[in-house]
Design a protein around this ligand. Structure first.
Ligand code: NAD
Length: 360
């Protein structure tokens, strides 16, 4: 029997609204409050979700005394609300990216560890069943010695997406562009699945990166971050990989993930298992292809930022709450969520310096 938890959402904008739906689907959670900077948005959220709306998150935390808060503010404004929660002994489940620099992430994780508060990250793709089929194959060593892991996110965002008046595309609040904001889900899958294949789970399986970034489809005088990014990676043990991250390819195509080695290859196109072939064939391989080998009906986030199935968020939030019940670290702990930013920060340093950069 699970405990019952009072939850507040800090930032009830686009994704915060989906958090409210996910929370409503979980029996052991009670939504007690939502914060938004705009008073009308805070009150209409409160009315729609039968909770209290706030324009001051500290006041919300003090009045509602939630057990946990989910953080859905702009990416470079995750640390401050997280710190406000941690200082009050409130557990924190934070949207991707955990924060936009390792320094700010480490400040969050250190404060939480000192206060014995749990911090977790949100990476809904880890709850995607087709992704899990491939990860299980990786963990079982079915690809043999890993040769390569690749992720392609050939997406499109129009000029209006980047403002004016939007936090997206700003260095201060987005911290980066196509890689930091859109492709971070794939960056996380690359490290999570490669880590399983290599048996590297504590350290970052990506050892070194070399990258180029550019602005190719937006106003270079206005956009502060990259809309086009190419990365070469070397994993621990020598496997090689590459990533393509864009918001510059009109009209946007489905994202692709590929992993393989001398004993097998797997490829996912959006949610479709387009390749799952091993030297050592098993009957369940065909079952996986039958189940997941159908063309993806939707365009994913290729051109629509809010093309999101919140069911994966429900699973992510549910898993975090299970960890609160047992007192263990959640599967996507703060340290686990840090790994994608360690890679992304190394990518940006490499693009700037023109040199390969080790992942910290
Ligand atoms: N997991 C996913 O699939 C997914 C999808 C979209 C967004 N996100 C992440 O969720 C976060 C929020 O994105 P969004 O699209 O919902 O943004 P949004 O702009 O729609 O909402 C932001 C919320 O934060 C508040 N806010 C704005 N500026 C603030 C500031 N400086 N300090 C504190 N609060 C502030 C706003 O009032 C609003 O409630 C981002 O970190 C983003 O990367 C994740």
């Amino acid at each position: 029997m699970s405990n019952k938890y009072r939850v507040a959402i800090i930032g009830v904008g686009a994704i915060g609204q989906l958090h409210a739906k996910a929370i409503a689907d979980l029996d052991n959670l009670e939504l007690v409050g939502g914060f938004h900077t705009v008073p009308e948005a805070a009150s209409s959220f409160a009315e729609a979700n039968n909770c209290k709306g706030y324009t001051d998150y500290e006041q919300m935390l003090d009045e509602q005394k939630p057990d946990l808060a989910t953080i859905c503010t702009p990416s470079g404004a995750h640390l401050e609300p997280a710190a406000a929660c941690i200082g009050r002994g409130i557990h924190v489940l934070c949207e991707k990216p955990l924060e936009i620099t390792l320094e700010r992430i480490d400040a969050m994780i250190d404060a939480a560890e000192k206060a014995k508060v749990t911090v977790g990250g949100i990476f809904p793709q880890r709850y995607n069943p087709v992704v899990n089929v491939v990860r299980q194959a990786a963990a079982a060593g079915r690809f043999g010695d890993l040769a390569t892991v690749n992720a392609y996110v050939p997406w499109w965002r129009d000029d209006a997406y980047y403002g004016p008046g939007r936090w997206q595309g700003t260095l201060k609040l987005d911290g980066g562009g196509a890689l930091m904001n859109q492709s971070i889900h794939s960056v996380d899958l690359v490290q999570w699945i490669a880590g399983a294949a290599l048996g590297v789970t504590d350290e970052n399986p990506v050892e070194e990166v070399f990258a180029y970034t550019g602005v190719r489809a937006h106003d270079t005088n206005r956009l502060e971050v990259e809309d086009t990014c190419i990365v070469a990676m070397r994993f621990r043990g020598g496997a090689l990989g590459q990533m393509l991250a864009t918001t510059s390819l009109f009209p946007g195509s489905l994202k692709r993930f590929m992993i393989g080695g001398r004993d097998g290859t797997a490829e996912i196109l959006e949610d479709e298992l387009t390749k799952f072939a091993f030297r050592d064939e098993k009957p369940e391989d065909q079952q996986a292809v039958d189940k997941f080998g159908k063309a993806t009906a939707h365009g994913g986030g290729a051109a629509d930022p809010m093309s999101i199935d919140y069911g994966l968020h429900t699973a992510n939030i549910g898993d975090f709450v299970k960890a609160l019940d047992t007192g263990e670290q959640p599967p996507i702990s703060g340290r686990e969520a840090r790994k994608s930013i360690a890679i992304i920060q190394a990518v940006y340093e490499s693009a700037k310096s023109g040199q390969p950069v080790k992942v910290r």
